[in-house]
Ligand binder design. Structure first.
Ligand SMILES: [Zn+2]
Length: 176
């Protein structure tokens, strides 16, 4: 079972303690405050990111693919931060595109629990429900189409439209 409640509470605490009340969520700053440095690195296209953990010094390096769009890198960084906080991987954990980005399909095909938890952590961190809720109400007042709404929210939260679409569906704001 994915630890949904624990992940949500963990993220709430991270945001509250740092006084973060609006998007975009500064994921690299949060990671740094927890001992994990985010850096962009050149890599083959299918590599999304990796987590290198140094247990001795209780620190980590989060690598994200510099060839990918910054919004996508944000999600990858948050995903790796999720692994860092939630999972006891040794040394290096590498994420390839298919694992993260095809998760709708893959979740029924045996993508590991760890990957689903890291995705949920990333979504909760970058797109907190209480902020999304406020923004959606505002967007609906403006009678924006779902397409415009996704595009605007994706820009505001600095995530891909794909990630925003999945998040809105998860929160019950859209039929996906
Ligand atoms: Zn992962």
């Amino acid at each position: 079972m994915i630890r949904r409640k624990q992940i949500r509470m963990m993220v709430e605490k991270l945001l509250t303690e740092r006084g973060i009340r609006e998007a975009p969520i500064p994921v690299a700053d949060i990671a740094r405050s927890l001992g994990a440095i985010v850096c962009s690195q050149s890599a083959e296209d299918e590599l999304s990111g990796f987590l290198y953990r140094d247990k001795k010094s209780a620190s980590a390096i989060i690598g994200v693919n510099e060839r990918h769009h910054p919004n996508r890198r944000n999600f990858t960084a948050a995903h790796e931060l999720g692994h860092y906080l939630l999972h006891d991987f040794d040394d290096v954990h590498v994420d390839r595109q298919s694992k993260i980005w095809l998760r709708d399909k893959a979740s029924s095909q045996g993508v590991s629990l760890e990957e689903m938890e890291a995705n949920l952590f990333a979504a909760e961190l970058l797109m907190p429900e209480h902020l999304i809720k406020k923004d959606i109400e505002h967007q609906r007042e403006l009678s924006h189409s779902d397409e415009d709404m996704i595009s605007e929210l994706a820009q505001e939260y600095e995530v891909s439209e794909h990630a925003m679409t999945i998040r809105l569906a998860y929160l019950g704001y859209m039929h996906h």
